[in-house]
Ligand binder design. Sequence first.
Ligand code: 13P
Ligand code: SF4
Length: 309
Amino acid sequence: MPAEMRRTMNQIEEIKKLKEEKDAVILAHYYVEGEVQAIADYVGDSYALSKLATTLSAKNIIFCGVKFMGESAKILNPQKTVVMADEDADCPMAHMVDIETIEKVRSENPDVCVVCYVNSTAEIKSHSDVCVTSSNAIRIVKSLPNQKIFFIPDNNLGHYVSTQVPEKDFIFHDGFCHVHKSIEKENVLAAKKAHPEALVLTHPECTHDVLEISDFIGSTSEIIDYAAASDKNTFIICTEMGIFYELGQKNPDKKFYSVGHRQFCPNMKRITLDKVAAALRTLSPEVVLDDELASKANLPLSRMLELAK
Ligand code: 13P
Ligand code: SF4
Protein backbone atom coordinates (compact mmCIF):
# COMPACT_ATOMS: atom_id res chain seq x y z
CA MET A 1 0.00 0.00 0.00
CA PRO A 2 1.44 3.46 -0.89
CA ALA A 3 2.76 5.41 2.14
CA GLU A 4 0.29 8.29 1.62
CA MET A 5 -2.68 5.90 1.66
CA ARG A 6 -1.36 4.19 4.80
CA ARG A 7 -1.01 7.57 6.50
CA THR A 8 -4.62 8.49 5.62
CA MET A 9 -5.89 5.17 6.94
CA ASN A 10 -3.99 5.63 10.19
CA GLN A 11 -5.46 9.11 10.53
CA ILE A 12 -8.98 7.80 9.98
CA GLU A 13 -8.41 5.14 12.64
CA GLU A 14 -7.10 7.76 15.07
CA ILE A 15 -10.11 10.02 14.41
CA LYS A 16 -12.54 7.16 15.06
CA LYS A 17 -10.81 6.29 18.32
CA LEU A 18 -10.60 9.90 19.50
CA LYS A 19 -14.29 10.50 18.75
CA GLU A 20 -15.24 7.77 21.22
CA GLU A 21 -12.68 8.75 23.83
CA LYS A 22 -13.71 12.40 23.76
CA ASP A 23 -17.48 11.92 23.39
CA ALA A 24 -17.37 13.98 20.21
CA VAL A 25 -19.39 14.16 17.04
CA ILE A 26 -18.10 15.52 13.71
CA LEU A 27 -20.31 17.84 11.65
CA ALA A 28 -19.25 18.80 8.11
CA HIS A 29 -20.59 21.02 5.36
CA TYR A 30 -20.89 19.72 1.78
CA TYR A 31 -18.14 22.11 0.64
CA VAL A 32 -15.29 20.54 2.64
CA GLU A 33 -12.99 17.96 1.01
CA GLY A 34 -14.57 14.57 0.29
CA GLU A 35 -12.18 12.75 2.64
CA VAL A 36 -13.34 14.99 5.49
CA GLN A 37 -17.02 14.46 4.59
CA ALA A 38 -16.31 10.72 4.59
CA ILE A 39 -15.22 10.68 8.26
CA ALA A 40 -17.97 13.04 9.48
CA ASP A 41 -20.90 11.73 11.52
CA TYR A 42 -23.22 14.18 9.78
CA VAL A 43 -22.85 16.15 6.55
CA GLY A 44 -25.36 18.82 5.61
CA ASP A 45 -26.16 22.29 4.37
CA SER A 46 -25.99 25.22 6.76
CA TYR A 47 -29.65 24.90 7.80
CA ALA A 48 -29.48 21.14 8.43
CA LEU A 49 -26.28 21.52 10.44
CA SER A 50 -27.63 24.26 12.69
CA LYS A 51 -30.88 22.36 13.28
CA LEU A 52 -29.02 19.13 13.92
CA ALA A 53 -26.67 20.76 16.42
CA THR A 54 -29.65 21.26 18.76
CA THR A 55 -30.44 17.52 18.85
CA LEU A 56 -27.05 15.92 19.56
CA SER A 57 -26.23 14.13 22.78
CA ALA A 58 -22.40 14.16 22.48
CA LYS A 59 -20.62 16.63 24.73
CA ASN A 60 -18.28 17.95 22.05
CA ILE A 61 -18.98 19.06 18.48
CA ILE A 62 -16.10 19.20 16.01
CA PHE A 63 -17.17 21.55 13.24
CA CYS A 64 -15.78 21.15 9.72
CA GLY A 65 -16.99 24.29 8.02
CA VAL A 66 -16.51 28.05 8.20
CA LYS A 67 -16.63 30.18 11.33
CA PHE A 68 -20.24 31.39 11.14
CA MET A 69 -21.40 27.76 11.06
CA GLY A 70 -19.49 26.86 14.23
CA GLU A 71 -20.73 30.04 15.89
CA SER A 72 -24.34 29.14 15.05
CA ALA A 73 -23.87 25.68 16.56
CA LYS A 74 -22.47 27.26 19.74
CA ILE A 75 -25.19 29.94 19.95
CA LEU A 76 -27.88 27.28 19.68
CA ASN A 77 -26.07 24.97 22.16
CA PRO A 78 -24.32 27.15 24.73
CA GLN A 79 -23.82 24.16 27.05
CA LYS A 80 -21.77 22.21 24.48
CA THR A 81 -18.15 22.58 23.50
CA VAL A 82 -17.93 23.48 19.82
CA VAL A 83 -14.48 23.09 18.30
CA MET A 84 -13.51 24.42 14.88
CA ALA A 85 -11.40 22.06 12.78
CA ASP A 86 -9.75 25.25 11.50
CA GLU A 87 -10.41 28.52 13.28
CA ASP A 88 -9.17 30.56 10.31
CA ALA A 89 -11.75 29.09 7.94
CA ASP A 90 -14.01 32.09 7.61
CA CYS A 91 -16.59 33.24 5.06
CA PRO A 92 -15.72 36.69 3.67
CA MET A 93 -19.39 37.44 3.09
CA ALA A 94 -20.04 37.17 6.83
CA HIS A 95 -18.16 40.46 7.28
CA MET A 96 -19.69 42.45 4.44
CA VAL A 97 -22.36 44.30 6.39
CA ASP A 98 -21.88 46.48 9.47
CA ILE A 99 -24.08 47.46 12.40
CA GLU A 100 -24.17 51.15 11.42
CA THR A 101 -25.77 50.20 8.10
CA ILE A 102 -28.42 48.10 9.86
CA GLU A 103 -29.20 50.86 12.35
CA LYS A 104 -29.43 53.48 9.58
CA VAL A 105 -31.93 51.37 7.62
CA ARG A 106 -33.91 50.76 10.83
CA SER A 107 -34.07 54.47 11.64
CA GLU A 108 -35.29 55.30 8.11
CA ASN A 109 -37.75 52.36 8.00
CA PRO A 110 -39.24 51.82 11.47
CA ASP A 111 -41.33 48.80 10.37
CA VAL A 112 -38.54 47.00 8.56
CA CYS A 113 -37.62 43.39 9.34
CA VAL A 114 -33.87 42.77 9.19
CA VAL A 115 -33.49 39.34 7.59
CA CYS A 116 -29.99 38.02 8.07
CA TYR A 117 -28.53 35.26 5.93
CA VAL A 118 -26.72 32.90 8.35
CA ASN A 119 -23.51 33.69 6.47
CA SER A 120 -22.88 36.54 8.91
CA THR A 121 -21.04 37.13 12.18
CA ALA A 122 -22.65 36.56 15.59
CA GLU A 123 -22.53 40.32 16.11
CA ILE A 124 -24.55 40.98 12.95
CA LYS A 125 -27.03 38.29 13.95
CA SER A 126 -27.45 39.96 17.33
CA HIS A 127 -28.71 43.09 15.51
CA SER A 128 -31.09 41.20 13.22
CA ASP A 129 -34.71 40.11 13.55
CA VAL A 130 -34.55 36.71 11.94
CA CYS A 131 -31.95 34.49 10.28
CA VAL A 132 -32.45 32.50 7.09
CA THR A 133 -30.43 30.03 5.05
CA SER A 134 -30.63 29.44 1.34
CA SER A 135 -32.99 26.50 1.91
CA ASN A 136 -35.59 28.31 4.03
CA ALA A 137 -35.30 32.02 3.08
CA ILE A 138 -38.36 32.11 0.79
CA ARG A 139 -40.62 30.33 3.29
CA ILE A 140 -39.47 32.49 6.19
CA VAL A 141 -39.69 35.83 4.38
CA LYS A 142 -43.21 34.91 3.18
CA SER A 143 -44.27 34.13 6.74
CA LEU A 144 -43.08 37.43 8.26
CA PRO A 145 -45.74 39.99 9.21
CA ASN A 146 -43.57 42.89 7.95
CA GLN A 147 -44.12 44.39 4.50
CA LYS A 148 -40.59 45.77 4.28
CA ILE A 149 -37.55 43.50 4.34
CA PHE A 150 -33.90 44.50 4.67
CA PHE A 151 -32.05 41.47 3.35
CA ILE A 152 -28.40 41.21 4.48
CA PRO A 153 -25.68 40.55 3.44
CA ASP A 154 -26.04 38.58 0.17
CA ASN A 155 -27.33 40.67 -2.73
CA ASN A 156 -27.89 37.74 -5.10
CA LEU A 157 -29.83 35.63 -2.60
CA GLY A 158 -31.83 38.71 -1.54
CA HIS A 159 -32.82 39.44 -5.14
CA TYR A 160 -33.70 35.80 -5.78
CA VAL A 161 -35.93 35.71 -2.67
CA SER A 162 -37.60 38.97 -3.79
CA THR A 163 -38.59 37.37 -7.11
CA GLN A 164 -40.27 34.55 -5.17
CA VAL A 165 -41.99 36.87 -2.69
CA PRO A 166 -43.13 39.72 -5.00
CA GLU A 167 -45.77 40.92 -2.52
CA LYS A 168 -43.08 42.36 -0.19
CA ASP A 169 -40.81 45.40 -0.51
CA PHE A 170 -37.09 44.74 -0.29
CA ILE A 171 -34.05 46.77 0.58
CA PHE A 172 -30.90 44.95 -0.50
CA HIS A 173 -27.34 44.97 0.71
CA ASP A 174 -24.31 44.59 -1.56
CA GLY A 175 -22.65 41.50 -0.01
CA PHE A 176 -21.68 38.57 -2.21
CA CYS A 177 -19.96 35.21 -2.27
CA HIS A 178 -16.85 35.45 -4.41
CA VAL A 179 -17.09 31.76 -5.30
CA HIS A 180 -20.64 31.87 -6.66
CA LYS A 181 -20.23 35.32 -8.17
CA SER A 182 -17.29 34.10 -10.21
CA ILE A 183 -19.49 31.56 -12.02
CA GLU A 184 -20.36 33.45 -15.19
CA LYS A 185 -23.19 32.99 -17.65
CA GLU A 186 -20.62 32.31 -20.42
CA ASN A 187 -19.16 29.41 -18.35
CA VAL A 188 -22.61 27.91 -17.98
CA LEU A 189 -23.47 28.37 -21.66
CA ALA A 190 -20.19 26.67 -22.64
CA ALA A 191 -20.95 23.74 -20.30
CA LYS A 192 -24.48 23.50 -21.74
CA LYS A 193 -23.03 23.42 -25.25
CA ALA A 194 -20.66 20.61 -24.25
CA HIS A 195 -23.47 18.68 -22.49
CA PRO A 196 -26.73 19.69 -24.17
CA GLU A 197 -28.68 16.94 -22.39
CA ALA A 198 -27.71 18.20 -18.92
CA LEU A 199 -29.92 20.03 -16.44
CA VAL A 200 -28.35 23.07 -14.77
CA LEU A 201 -28.63 23.04 -10.94
CA THR A 202 -27.66 26.30 -9.27
CA HIS A 203 -27.18 27.79 -5.80
CA PRO A 204 -29.06 31.08 -5.27
CA GLU A 205 -25.84 32.92 -4.35
CA CYS A 206 -25.10 32.92 -8.10
CA THR A 207 -25.84 36.00 -10.19
CA HIS A 208 -29.23 36.66 -11.75
CA ASP A 209 -28.07 35.89 -15.31
CA VAL A 210 -26.86 32.44 -14.19
CA LEU A 211 -30.10 31.77 -12.26
CA GLU A 212 -32.07 32.74 -15.39
CA ILE A 213 -30.55 29.93 -17.47
CA SER A 214 -30.81 27.30 -14.71
CA ASP A 215 -33.31 24.45 -14.52
CA PHE A 216 -33.32 24.31 -10.73
CA ILE A 217 -32.29 26.75 -7.99
CA GLY A 218 -31.69 25.56 -4.43
CA SER A 219 -29.39 25.20 -1.45
CA THR A 220 -26.67 22.55 -1.48
CA SER A 221 -28.91 19.88 0.03
CA GLU A 222 -31.79 20.83 -2.27
CA ILE A 223 -29.46 20.42 -5.28
CA ILE A 224 -28.40 16.98 -3.97
CA ASP A 225 -32.02 15.91 -3.38
CA TYR A 226 -33.11 17.21 -6.78
CA ALA A 227 -30.38 15.31 -8.63
CA ALA A 228 -31.18 12.11 -6.73
CA ALA A 229 -34.91 12.34 -7.44
CA SER A 230 -34.55 13.34 -11.10
CA ASP A 231 -35.05 10.81 -13.89
CA LYS A 232 -32.33 12.67 -15.83
CA ASN A 233 -28.74 11.43 -15.74
CA THR A 234 -26.58 14.44 -16.51
CA PHE A 235 -26.24 17.69 -14.58
CA ILE A 236 -24.20 20.88 -14.68
CA ILE A 237 -23.57 22.07 -11.13
CA CYS A 238 -23.29 25.77 -10.32
CA THR A 239 -22.02 25.80 -6.76
CA GLU A 240 -18.86 24.95 -4.82
CA MET A 241 -17.16 21.77 -6.02
CA GLY A 242 -17.17 20.02 -2.61
CA ILE A 243 -20.77 19.06 -3.39
CA PHE A 244 -19.52 16.64 -6.08
CA TYR A 245 -18.50 14.19 -3.35
CA GLU A 246 -22.03 13.68 -2.01
CA LEU A 247 -23.56 13.88 -5.52
CA GLY A 248 -21.27 11.03 -6.57
CA GLN A 249 -21.96 9.00 -3.42
CA LYS A 250 -25.72 9.24 -3.85
CA ASN A 251 -25.77 8.87 -7.65
CA PRO A 252 -22.92 6.63 -8.82
CA ASP A 253 -24.55 6.19 -12.24
CA LYS A 254 -25.24 9.86 -12.94
CA LYS A 255 -22.85 12.40 -14.44
CA PHE A 256 -22.06 15.76 -12.89
CA TYR A 257 -20.11 18.52 -14.62
CA SER A 258 -18.64 21.72 -13.25
CA VAL A 259 -18.62 24.98 -15.20
CA GLY A 260 -14.96 25.80 -14.66
CA HIS A 261 -12.04 25.96 -12.29
CA ARG A 262 -13.30 28.76 -10.01
CA GLN A 263 -15.91 26.74 -8.10
CA PHE A 264 -13.60 26.54 -5.13
CA CYS A 265 -14.05 28.02 -1.65
CA PRO A 266 -10.51 28.38 -0.23
CA ASN A 267 -11.85 28.68 3.31
CA MET A 268 -13.81 25.45 3.23
CA LYS A 269 -10.79 23.73 1.73
CA ARG A 270 -8.59 24.68 4.71
CA ILE A 271 -10.04 21.74 6.62
CA THR A 272 -7.94 18.59 6.45
CA LEU A 273 -7.94 15.22 8.22
CA ASP A 274 -4.80 16.35 10.08
CA LYS A 275 -6.66 19.34 11.51
CA VAL A 276 -9.71 17.25 12.43
CA ALA A 277 -7.46 14.82 14.34
CA ALA A 278 -5.68 17.71 16.11
CA ALA A 279 -9.01 19.33 17.04
CA LEU A 280 -10.17 16.04 18.57
CA ARG A 281 -6.90 15.47 20.42
CA THR A 282 -6.85 18.92 22.03
CA LEU A 283 -10.57 19.89 21.89
CA SER A 284 -9.41 23.25 20.60
CA PRO A 285 -9.74 25.83 19.11
CA GLU A 286 -13.05 26.19 20.87
CA VAL A 287 -15.77 28.63 19.78
CA VAL A 288 -16.04 31.12 22.64
CA LEU A 289 -18.67 33.86 22.59
CA ASP A 290 -19.58 36.55 25.03
CA ASP A 291 -22.75 35.43 26.92
CA GLU A 292 -24.75 38.56 26.16
CA LEU A 293 -23.81 38.51 22.48
CA ALA A 294 -24.65 34.80 22.23
CA SER A 295 -28.03 35.23 23.86
CA LYS A 296 -28.92 38.15 21.56
CA ALA A 297 -27.76 36.22 18.48
CA ASN A 298 -29.79 33.24 19.64
CA LEU A 299 -33.09 35.09 19.11
CA PRO A 300 -32.99 35.39 15.27
CA LEU A 301 -31.48 31.91 14.93
CA SER A 302 -34.14 30.28 17.13
CA ARG A 303 -36.82 32.24 15.30
CA MET A 304 -35.46 30.79 12.04
CA LEU A 305 -35.70 27.24 13.40
CA GLU A 306 -39.25 27.92 14.58
CA LEU A 307 -40.46 29.52 11.31
CA ALA A 308 -38.76 26.90 9.14
CA LYS A 309 -40.64 24.02 10.80
P1 13P B 1 -25.98 26.24 2.05
O1 13P B 1 -27.00 27.07 2.72
O2 13P B 1 -26.50 25.63 0.79
O3 13P B 1 -25.37 25.29 2.97
O4 13P B 1 -24.81 27.22 1.55
C1 13P B 1 -23.92 27.77 2.46
C2 13P B 1 -22.89 28.51 1.78
O5 13P B 1 -21.91 28.91 2.35
C3 13P B 1 -23.09 28.78 0.38
O6 13P B 1 -21.98 29.34 -0.17
FE1 SF4 C 1 -18.72 31.92 2.09
FE2 SF4 C 1 -18.98 31.54 -0.51
FE3 SF4 C 1 -17.33 29.99 0.85
FE4 SF4 C 1 -20.00 29.77 1.15
S1 SF4 C 1 -18.79 29.32 -0.68
S2 SF4 C 1 -18.48 29.79 2.78
S3 SF4 C 1 -20.63 31.91 0.95
S4 SF4 C 1 -17.13 32.19 0.54
